[in-house]
Design a protein around this ligand. Structure first.
Ligand code: SF4
Length: 187
C-alpha cells in the first residue's frame, strides 16, 4: 500500500516512526490506510491541511488517480472552494450546519443560486483580484446554542430576505445529486 501511494523506499519507511516522516508522507500513509480495504467511498476531511501548496496538489492528484484506478468515489470536505472546483464533479454547500445548495461544479460556479454561495464565491481569492479588494461576507454565523434559531440560518446576513424567509425552508435532503437550493428567494 505504501508503494501504491508512492512513498519512496517503502520497506524502510514502513518501520519508521511518525516523527521521522514529512507531513506529505504522513498524509500519504493516511490515504494508504484508508484505501487498504478497497472502499467504494473515501471520506477525505480537509486532507491537505497544513501542507504546502505543491504537496497539496500532489496529494489531491493521488486521491483522484486512486479513485479512478479503484472505482472509488471521494467525498471531499473542504473550506477551499478552489480545490473543490478543481477536483469535484458535484458540490454541496453548507452554512452553519445546514445544506444550502447542491449542484454540478460548473453550474454552481457559473450560476450560484443561494445568496451565501454567491458571496462565498465572490470572497474566494483569485489571481485577478487584489487581496484588499476581495469581497467579504457581512455579519456572523448564528449562535447555534440559542434556544430558537430561524429556519434559514443565513437570514441575518442576507440581502435578499423576504417575509416568508421565516417559514420552514424547501427541503433539499434526498435531492442532492440534482441542482437544489434551500432558499425562498434564490438568485
Ligand atoms: S431563505 Fe431568505 S433569508 Fe434565507 S438565504 Fe434565502 S432569501 Fe436569504
Amino acid at each position: 500500500m505504501l508503494k501504491k501511494v508512492r512513498i519512496p523506499d517503502p520497506e524502510r519507511r514502513a518501520k519508521a516512526y511518525p516523527f521521522e516522516l514529512s507531513g506529505g508522507m504522513c498524509q500519504r500513509i493516511m490515504i494508504a490506510i484508508a484505501i487498504a480495504c478497497s472502499p467504494k467511498l473515501l471520506i477525505a476531511d480537509e486532507p491537505t491541511t497544513g501542507l504546502d501548496v505543491t504537496t497539496q496538489a500532489a496529494i489531491m492528484d493521488l486521491i483522484a488517480e486512486l479513485g479512478a484506478d479503484q472505482g472509488m468515489s471521494t467525498l471531499l470536505i473542504t473550506h477551499d472552494l478552489g480545490m473543490a472546483a478543481e477536483y469535484c464533479d458535484h458540490i454541496v454547500v453548507m452554512h452553519a450546519g445546514h445544506i444550502v445548495e447542491a449542484a454540478p461544479t460548473a453550474e454552481l460556479f457559473h450560476h450560484p443560486r443561494h445568496p451565501y454561495t454567491a458571496k462565498l464565491i465572490a470572497a474566494t481569492p483569485k489571481p485577478s483580484v487584489n487581496l484588499k479588494d476581495l469581497a467579504a461576507i457581512p455579519g456572523n454565523l448564528p449562535d447555534l446554542r440559542a434556544a430558537s434559531i430561524a429556519p434559514c440560518r443565513y437570514n441575518t446576513r442576507c440581502e435578499r430576505k423576504q417575509a416568508r424567509c421565516d417559514q420552514a425552508l424547501p427541503q433539499v435532503l434526498g435531492e442532492l445529486k440534482h441542482s437544489v437550493v434551500a432558499c425562498w428567494n434564490p438568485l
